[in-house]
Design a protein around this ligand. Structure first.
Ligand code: MN
Ligand code: MN
Length: 305
């Protein structure tokens, strides 16, 4: 049975950056904390789960035009990335490339959509584990069924060290709804971090009750009159929002993907590791992957923890 590990690299590097001290730097003083956390997490996951294949998935566009066209507020109020983070994305790509690891992105789309497309094609007998700190991806969870394999989501709990694993029962236990209805639930509840207000007065509990009571958001809108006057009014008021969310909240499962990588370059890997004080995490990941790591270098860099 093939088992793929999909890492939501954009989300995880961001989390690792905030979870680890910025005092972890390259000899030239530039922070490499996020990369170190990401490489160590990958090594741990590879060791623990033993996947046949690992894919590192990046946002190509973190705020895709079609989503913004549908809803201008989508991620409109996001704070800019802190200084020190963006260069780590470029360096991480270089390190993964030298490792011969495969990176994936969907031109014009988010990592969410690239991962959705990969999961949408999960074949019978196949298993995919998605690792992310982006709860939108909960909607991709599915148990194996006839004709299709299983998708689990491993969600970051605190930093990137602890992960909560969601299969269908896990989503049901946490949110009280089937994973296939998570997008409806998220639409009603909203998501402040993405600039999505939700329906006025509807929190997790009401969203869950409504998703359980109605088979779809269309059915809910048609039945709005049966709600309390306040909820009925809020649903009427949210009509445009609910329509717009159809093009915003569901993760795409049909976008074009670009895959890069697969050629390891040990000399370059060793040079990058020394130059950026990444020798220990690079060695740990090489060990987990069962490939020859860079030779332990005696030159350069501060002593490695
Ligand atoms: Mn995302
Ligand atoms: Mn997202």
């Amino acid at each position: 049975m093939s088992h793929r590990l999909l890492l939501d690299t954009s989300s995880l590097l961001y989390r690792a950056f905030f979870a680890l001290p910025a005092s972890i730097t390259a000899p030239d003083g530039r922070p490499v904390n996020g990369i170190r956390g990401y490489l160590d997490m990958t090594a741990r996951l590879v060791t623990d789960l033993g996947p046949d294949r690992v894919l590192h998935v990046f946002d190509h566009d973190w705020r895709p035009a079609p989503r913004v066209a549908a809803y201008a507020g989508y991620k409109a109020a996001r704070a800019p990335d802190p200084e020190g983070l963006p260069p780590q994305f470029d360096l991480l790509r270089e390190v993964l490339d030298a490792f011969g690891q495969t990176t994936v992105e969907a031109p014009g789309w988010e990592a969410d959509d690239a991962i959705g497309t990969l999961c949408g094609a999960v074949a019978d007998g196949e298993r995919i584990d998605v690792v992310t700190g982006d709860r939108d991806l909960i909607q991709l969870v599915r148990d194996a069924s006839s004709g299709a394999g299983a998708v689990r989501v491993l969600f970051t709990v605190k930093g990137v060290k602890e992960l909560a694993c969601y299969d269908e029962a896990g989503v049901q236990g946490k949110y009280g709804i089937p994973a296939a209805r998570y997008a409806d639930f998220a639409t009603l509840r909203g998501d402040p971090s993405d600039g999505l207000p939700g329906v006025k007065g509807v929190g997790e509990k009401t969203a869950r009750d409504l998703v359980r009571r109605y088979g779809s958001l269309d059915e809910l809108r048609d039945g709005a009159g049966a709600q309390t006057p306040r909820l009925a009014a809020a649903l009427r008021e949210a009509d445009g929002y609910l329509t717009a969310m159809r093009a915003v909240v569901p993760v795409r499962t049909d976008v074009d993907l670009v895959e890069v990588g697969g050629r390891r370059d040990d000399a370059r890997l060793a040079a990058l590791a020394v130059e950026h004080n990444l020798e220990s995490p690079v060695r740990r990941l090489a060990e987990a992957l069962g490939v020859a790591g860079p030779p332990s270098a005696e030159v350069g860099g501060t002593p490695d923890a």
